[in-house]
Design a protein around this ligand. Structure first.
Ligand SMILES: [Zn+2]
Ligand SMILES: [Zn+2]
Length: 397
């Protein structure tokens, strides 16, 4: 057997995966080789992610308070903003500018999302745009199925290492590389701060009914797990659910529901059409809270240079909408034609014709009926006046 095909022993792989929990760039086999492996779930490496989900069960022991539950909701949205406004619209697409210090603050904020480092995130996302819905795309629901696109792909060994050559613009900052390499540091500090806040509130604001363990479960485990699945919906659902305004080469879609869950990222077809602008909701009616937040942030001076949607793209979109509404109206007209020629439409007039014919026949029978035993007396004969010229005829007045 050649050295190339020798697979590291189980214990070697176990030890490697454990070290990678701390140092995500540790890769004795070589990152390039690892990235070229076939997809395979690494159950040891993925254990922190499993623990994140299992931690939600802690609610059985810590219970709930209104404060903890609302904190979880608040922390979901404030960190969804970090996913969308920072990891996506800054690290992946550079749709606005900031200083080096500002960039570091944004990276720390992004780290609290527990979605690994900004460089890993940006590398995978740029790769997604390059290979959307083709076999190279790590999380296409059309190629790999819904479950893999939603959650499976991040458990695969080959997707763990960061390809720094794809994020050279970010990799030139050692502080960003450090945060990316030791990507558990910020999440651990975040989880510890949740516990600390809860413990402090228990001591100084007991009326809120919370404590350290409860805030850890709600503010970290539950909120972060929900945040992961909300974000993952863009990988899975945003290529399955919604409408396609632009005929992009992938199957990206626009969805209002996903736009709410993910603070504007639901306008995914817009984004696949044009990725360099700061907003994903291209028109005023396409709600995009991430953009509104970034706009507010720009007033503080932390970020600047937000990029608008080009007029040509807006016109292209309006044109597409216009043609779609005409096509929809034509389809609707065709449907009504179909209904008019349907058996139901044929039967109903026929039934009406039969009813009218029956009534007419009944009218024709009236005189005969008048001659016979009538229920309603026919008075027409009594209105006949004698005609002097023709005494045997009558003229009906
Ligand atoms: Zn996409
Ligand atoms: Zn993108």
């Amino acid at each position: 057997m050649s050295a190339k095909t020798v697979r590291p022993s189980f214990f070697r792989r176990l030890a490697t995966a454990v070290v990678q929990w701390i140092d995500s760039d540790y890769c004795p086999e070589g990152a390039e080789k690892m990235r070229n492996e076939p997809d395979r779930v690494d159950w040891v490496r993925v254990m922190p992610f499993v623990i994140l989900h299992l931690g939600c069960l802690g609610v059985i022991w810590v219970g709930v308070s209104a404060f903890a539950a609302w904190a979880a909701v608040f922390l979901y949205f404030i960190r969804m903003f970090a996913v969308t406004g920072i990891y996506h619209r800054y690290f992946s697409h550079k749709t606005y500018s900031t200083s080096r210090f500002g960039q570091f603050i944004l990276a720390l904020w992004g780290g609290t999302t527990v979605q690994r480092g900004g460089l890993w995130w940006a590398y995978h996302h740029r790769h997604h745009h390059q290979h959307s819905d083709d076999p190279e795309d790590a999380h296409s629901p059309h190629v790999h199925g819904f479950i893999w696109s939603h959650i499976g792909w991040i458990t695969s060994r080959r997707n763990f290492p960061t390809d720094y050559s794809k994020v050279k613009d970010l990799a030139k900052f050692p502080e960003l590389v450090w945060l990316n390499r030791f990507d558990l540091v910020v999440p651990i500090l975040y989880a510890a701060s949740m516990f600390g806040i809860g413990a402090a509130l228990e001591r100084w604001a007991p009326g809120l009914g919370t404590n350290g363990a409860q805030m850890l479960v709600w503010g970290f485990f539950i909120s972060t797990t929900a945040l992961f699945h909300g974000t993952a919906c863009i990988n899975s659902m945003a290529h399955l659910m919604g409408k396609r305004r632009f005929k992009t080469e992938d199957d990206s879609r626009n969805s209002f529901i996903l736009a709410i869950i993910c603070l504007g990222e639901g306008w995914h077809n817009n984004h696949h059409r044009y990725q360099s602008c700061t907003r994903n909701g291209f028109y005023w009616w396409e709600i995009d809270p991430t953009y509104y937040g970034l706009k507010l942030l720009s007033y503080t001076g932390l970020i600047w240079g937000l990029k608008d949607v080009p007029q040509s793209i807006l016109e292209e979109g309006m044109h597409a909408d216009h043609h779609k509404s005409i096509a929809a109206a034509e389809r609707s007209a065709e449907r009504s034609d179909d209904i008019s020629s349907s058996p139901l439409r044929t039967v109903l007039p026929a039934a009406a014709a039969i009813a009218v014919a029956t009534a007419t026949a009944a009218q024709a029978d009236l005189p005969k009926k008048a001659e016979g035993p009538a229920i309603h007396k026919d008075l027409s004969g009594e209105m006949v006046k004698p005609n002097p010229a023709k005494p045997d005829s009558g003229t009906v007045i």
